[in-house]
Ligand binder design. Structure first.
Ligand code: AKB
Length: 313
């Protein structure tokens, strides 16, 4: 089978940078971007693009067969905060798209699948600090329930049908190329845009809400590393805990102030506070380190420096 890659949800926050990196590694024509809408100029002009609705199984199959796709990265999803506004749509998108891809793999039409899970699989009864790989998972958001259910299905398709599916529980992701949309951790990106534009930011989470976060370069490296690891090294076929850094809105504000002394933050928690309170504050990713040599490279200081540099330009 040819080695061709399809990224579904290629125009979103992760999809954009993942597609561009995969194109660098494999060649522009070997990485097909697909999304329900068009993406930024760099993405659209660097290689093939298809309009695709991830819940349309026939459309997905036709694109996979047409391009002789080998690997699929399914990045389309409705995130935590938007999912609470549209629970039925979130469930439909997050679950149907996953079954569409898993079934293509089960039928031997594609070889390998990447599917993102999230720290949202955890809930208020989960140990909050250094949350272990295997622990209590009672998520309270539709997004979290869809990710937890998806994890069980990934493991099921692997053990029953031999599907080579790999997954990571992403923390909040910080990036400058494409904005996140509809998540609870989005404040950690918004804050940079507002710091540069207005020198102030009103945060929708409270001062001391610690959450696991990661700079996008680390997330992309982890995604590609887990997909490139030999199958025998992938011991968790649900999803791997992954840790970058943990900080509160107050911590990131202090780190920004070191570069922009006039910056000020205020706090006006909204409904997203309840979601954040149900999630871990830090993650134990020892299984990912042991099984496929995961190691984060970006801490808060480094992330703040690189975000401000890129966004100021
Ligand atoms: C969200 O906030 O919903 C996402 C996530 C942690 O999966 N960024």
């Amino acid at each position: 089978m040819s080695n061709k890659i399809l990224v579904i949800g290629a125009c979103g926050q992760i999809g954009t940078e993942l597609t561009l990196r995969l194109r660098e590694l494999h060649g522009n024509d070997r990485v097909i971007a697909a999304d329900i809408r068009q993406g930024n100029e760099e993405l659209m002009e660097s290689g093939p693009f298809e309009i695709m609705d991830a819940i349309d199984a026939d459309q997905m199959e036709n694109i996979c067969l047409h391009y002789e796709i080998n690997e699929v990265y399914l990045m389309a999803a409705m995130l935590s905060a938007t999912g609470e506004k549209f629970p039925d749509k979130a469930w439909k998108l997050n679950m149907t798209s996953l079954f569409n891809v898993l079934d293509l793999a089960k039928e031997g039409k594609i070889n390998k699948v990447f599917w993102p899970s999230s720290i949202a699989v955890f809930g208020p009864t989960t140990p909050q600090v250094d949350t272990p790989q295997h622990t209590i998972m009672e998520p309270t958001t539709v997004y979290g329930i869809s990710k937890q259910t998806g994890e069980r299905w990934c493991e099921y398709y692997h053990s029953k049908y031999g599907v080579d599916v790999r997954s990571i529980r992403y923390p909040g992701l910080i990036s400058w190329k494409t904005l996140p949309g509809g998540g609870t951790t989005d404040y950690a990106v918004e804050i940079f845009h507002e710091a540069i534009a207005q020198s102030k930011y009103s945060c929708f989470l409270s001062e001391n809400t610690a959450l696991p976060m990661m700079y996008m370069d680390d997330a992309i490296r982890a995604t590609i590393n887990i997909m490139e690891a030999p199958a025998t090294q992938i011991k968790e076929r649900s999803s791997y805990n992954l840790s970058g850094m943990s900080f509160t809105p107050a911590d990131i504000a202090v780190a920004i102030t070191k570069h922009l002394p006039e910056f000020t933050i205020s706090y006006s928690p909204d409904s997203r506070q309840q979601i954040a309170d149900s999630w871990p504050s830090s993650i134990d990713d020892s299984h990912a380190r042991k099984d496929w040599n995961w190691q984060a490279q970006f801490d808060l200081e480094k992330t703040v420096a690189v975000m401000l540099e890129h966004l100021s330009n």
